[in-house]
Design a protein around this ligand. Structure first.
Ligand code: C2E
Ligand code: MG
Ligand code: MG
Length: 563
C-alpha cells in the first residue's frame, strides 16, 4: 500500500524530506540506515549518501554509537516505543540536545524498520532555563529573588530540623534610598541597587545566599550558621559596606542600611516565621535610628501586632468620622482676651480609651493618612471659626510629613474657599523639622501659604534643633515657645534666659510670641513681665469641644473660672 505507484512514492518522499524533524529509518535486521531526510542530514552534517548502508558504529564516536545501539536493541526486543534525550556531537554546531522517539515498524508481524524521529531541543531547553532563571532572579541586579530565597530557606530549615545546627536570616533594608530615587531619579536609583547587590555578594561565603526581595530590601541566608554571633558579625560587615559612599552621577552619596536578624530554630522553625521575625527585627532596627542590626525578640511580635492594630483602627476611625477636633483658647497676655483657638485632634478609641495625638499622628504620617486627616482638620476648623466673632483666629497644626508628600497649600486654599473664612483668621503651625528637611522646597511652600494671606506660626520653639537662626529663614508671624521652657521658667535660669531672648527678638522683629503650657498664675505673671504677647495653657482652659469653645467666647472675661 505504501508504494502503490511511483507518483505516490515521490509524494511521500517529498513529505518525509521536508518534515522539520530529523527522520532516520534503519533496517530492523542489521540496523543499517535505509533512509534519512533533509533535517537528519543537517543534524548529522553529512549527506545521505554517506549514511545510507552504514551502522551507528561506522558513523558515530563509540560512546554515542553504543548509546544509540542500546536503544535500538531495546526497541527491537520489546517492540515498545522509546522516547529519550541525548547529546549529539556535531563537527561545526557544537553539542546539540536531541529529543528522539524510536519506533519499530512491522510488516505482517515481522520487524522491518526502526524509525527514529529526532528533534533538536537545544534552543528550547536554553529558553526554558532562561525562563526558570528569570522566575528565580531579579532582573535589575540578577540576584536570586524572593521565590528563590523562599525555596532555599525551606530547604535550609528542613536540613536544620534533620541534622541540627543553626540557620541565619538577615533582612537588609537601605536607609536613605528613597531620597536618592526622589532626588536623583530612578536610573540613578537602579545604579545604586546594582552596586548594593555587588557589595552584598562580596560579603558572603559561597554557601550563603544574597537575594533581592524587591525595592530596597535584600536578604542574606546563612544555611549553616556556627553561632548567632556569626550572623551579627555579618550584619555589621554589611552595614559597614553599605555605609561607604556610593558614586552616582559624579556625586558621592551616603546610603547606609539597617538589618534585622532571625535565627532558626530559636526564632521559628518554618521559613515563613523566620522571614516574618527577621522583618520585625528590621522594623525595630529602623525605628531605633537606622544603621543598626537587631536580633528578633519575642516581645517584638506583640508590639508589632499592637502597632498594626493601631494602624487599622486609625484608618477605620477616620473613615467612620470618629476623630474629633477640640479647641484650646489662646489669650492676649495683657487683658486675657481670647485671640484665637488652636484646633487639636482627639481620638477616643472604643477599647483603648483616649489615644494621644502624639501617639497617633506619627502613625498617620507613616501610613499616608496625614494628608487626608489634615484636610479634614482644616475644613472642620475653618467651618467652625467662621461662626466665631470677627477677630478670633483659628490655628491648625501642619505635619512635616504632609510637606513631604504633597503641597498643603491646596488643602488650605480649599478649606478657606469652602468656609468663606478670611485668610487672615487662619494660622498654620509648623515645627522646625519642616525647615530641616528639604528646606528649600518647603520654604517655597511656606511662601505660597503666606501669599494666600494665611498666618504662619513656628510651633514648639526651643525643642530639637531649634536655633534662633530659623527665624531668619522665614518671616514667621508667630513664635510659640515650647511648654518645656514655661514649665521650668522658675527653676531653670537657662529656660528663663531663652524665653527672654525669644520675646525680645519677637518684639524687635514684630513677631507675636506665644507661651504654651501655662499652668500657674506665677508662670503667667512672669511671662507677661517678659513681654510675651499671648498665652495658652491649662490655667485658662484645656482643649474643649467646639460647643464649649463657642460658650467660652460668649463668656470670655470669666474664662479662668470655667476651666
Ligand atoms: P502642640 O501643637 O504643641 O499642641 C499643644 C499641646 O499642648 C496640646 O497637646 C495641648 O493639649 C497641650 N497643652 C496645652 N496647654 C497645656 C498645659 O498647660 N500643660 C500641658 N502639660 N499641656 C498643655 P495635644 O492636644 O495632646 O497635642 C499634642 C501634639 O499633637 C500637638 O502639639 C501637635 O503637635 C500634635 N497635634 C494635635 N493635633 C494635631 C493636628 O490636627 N495635626 C497635626 N499635624 N498635629 C496635631
Ligand atoms: Mg501646635
Ligand atoms: Mg506646641
Amino acid at each position: 500500500m505504501w508504494l502503490a505507484d511511483a507518483a505516490t512514492s515521490r509524494f511521500l518522499d517529498a513529505i518525509i524530506d521536508n518534515i522539520p524533524a530529523a527522520i532516520f529509518v534503519k533496517d530492523a535486521r542489521d540496523l543499517r540506515f535505509l533512509l534519512i531526510n533533509k533535517a537528519a542530514e543537517q543534524q548529522m552534517q553529512c549527506s545521505r549518501r554517506d549514511v545510507v548502508g552504514r551502522t551507528n558504529a561506522e558513523l558515530l564516536p563509540a560512546s554515542e554509537a553504543d548509546a544509540y545501539d542500546a536503544v535500538d536493541q531495546e526497541v527491537l526486543r520489546s517492540g515498545v516505543m522509546h522516547v529519550g534525550e541525548g547529546v549529539f556531537r556535531t563537527p561545526d554546531n557544537g553539542d546539540r540536545l536531541m529529543h528522539t522517539t524510536t519506533i519499530l515498524v512491522k510488516d505482517h508481524g515481522v520487524p522491518r524498520y526502526l524509525v527514529g524521529i529526532s528533534e533538536d531541543i537545544t534552543e528550547r531547553r536554553a529558553n526554558e532555563a532562561r525562563i526558570v532563571h528569570l522566575a528565580h532572579h531579579d532582573a535589575l541586579t540578577d540576584l536570586p529573588n524572593r521565590v528563590f530565597l523562599h525555596e532555599r530557606l525551606v530547604e535550609a530549615v528542613a536540613a536544620q530540623r534533620r541534622s541540627g545546627g543553626l540557620v541565619g536570616l538577615l533582612c537588609v533594608d537601605l536607609d536613605n534610598f528613597k531620597a536618592v530615587n526622589d532626588s536623583l531619579g530612578h536610573a540613578a536609583g537602579d545604579d545604586v541597587l546594582r552596586e548594593v547587590a555587588e557589595r552584598l555578594r562580596g560579603c558572603v561565603r559561597e554557601d550563603e545566599l544574597v537575594s533581592r526581595n524587591g525595592g530596597d530590601e535584600f536578604t542574606v541566608l546563612q544555611p549553616r550558621l556556627g553561632s548567632p554571633d556569626e550572623a551579627r558579625q555579618l550584619a555589621e560587615r554589611l552595614i559597614v559596606e553599605l555605609s561607604r559612599p556610593f558614586l552616582v552621577n559624579d556625586q558621592e552619596i551616603v546610603i547606609g542600611a539597617s538589618v534585622g536578624i532571625s535565627v532558626a530554630p530559636q526564632d521559628g522553625e518554618s521559613a515563613d516565621l523566620l522571614m516574618r521575625h527577621a522583618d520585625m527585627a528590621l522594623y525595630r532596627a529602623k525605628a531605633e535610628g537606622r544603621g543598626a542590626a537587631r536580633f528578633f525578640e519575642a516581645t517584638m511580635d506583640a508590639r508589632l501586632q499592637a502597632r498594626r492594630s493601631l494602624e487599622r483602627d486609625l484608618r477605620l476611625a477616620f473613615a467612620k468620622g470618629e476623630l474629633e477636633l477640640y479647641y484650646q483658647p489662646l489669650l492676649t497676655a495683657g487683658d486675657e482676651r481670647i485671640s484665637g483657638f488652636e484646633a487639636l485632634l482627639r481620638w477616643r478609641h472604643a477599647e483603648r480609651g483616649f489615644v494621644s495625638p502624639t501617639e497617633f499622628i506619627p502613625v498617620a504620617e507613616e501610613i499616608g493618612l496625614i494628608g487626608p486627616i489634615t484636610e479634614w482638620v482644616l475644613t472642620t476648623a475653618c467651618a467652625e471659626a467662621v461662626g466665631w466673632p470677627g477677630d478670633v483666629k483659628v490655628a491648625v497644626n501642619l505635619s512635616p510629613a504632609h510637606f513631604r508628600k504633597q503641597n498643603p497649600v491646596f488643602a488650605i486654599a480649599r478649606a478657606l474657599a469652602e468656609s468663606g473664612l478670611a485668610p487672615s483668621r487662619l494660622e498654620v503651625e509648623i515645627t522646625e523639622t519642616v525647615l530641616l528637611n528639604d528646606s528649600e522646597s518647603n520654604l517655597a511652600i511656606l511662601h505660597q501659604i503666606r501669599a494666600l494671606g494665611v498666618r504662619i506660626a513656628m510651633d514648639d520653639f526651643g525643642t530639637g534643633y531649634s536655633s534662633l537662626s530659623y527665624l531668619r529663614f522665614f518671616p514667621f508671624d508667630k513664635i510659640k515657645i515650647d511648654r518645656s521652657f514655661v514649665h521650668e521658667l522658675h527653676s531653670n535660669a537657662q529656660c528663663a534666659a531663652i524665653v527672654r531672648a525669644v520675646t525680645s527678638l519677637g518684639a524687635s522683629l514684630g513677631v507675636v510670641t506665644t507661651a504654651e503650657g501655662v499652668e500657674t498664675v506665677d508662670q503667667m505673671e512672669r511671662l507677661r513681665a517678659e513681654g510675651c504677647h499671648e498665652l495658652q495653657g491649662f490655667l485658662f482652659s484645656r482643649p474643649v469641644p467646639a460647643d464649649e469653645a463657642r460658650a467660652l467666647l460668649g463668656v470670655a472675661s470669666g474664662i479662668r473660672d470655667v476651666s
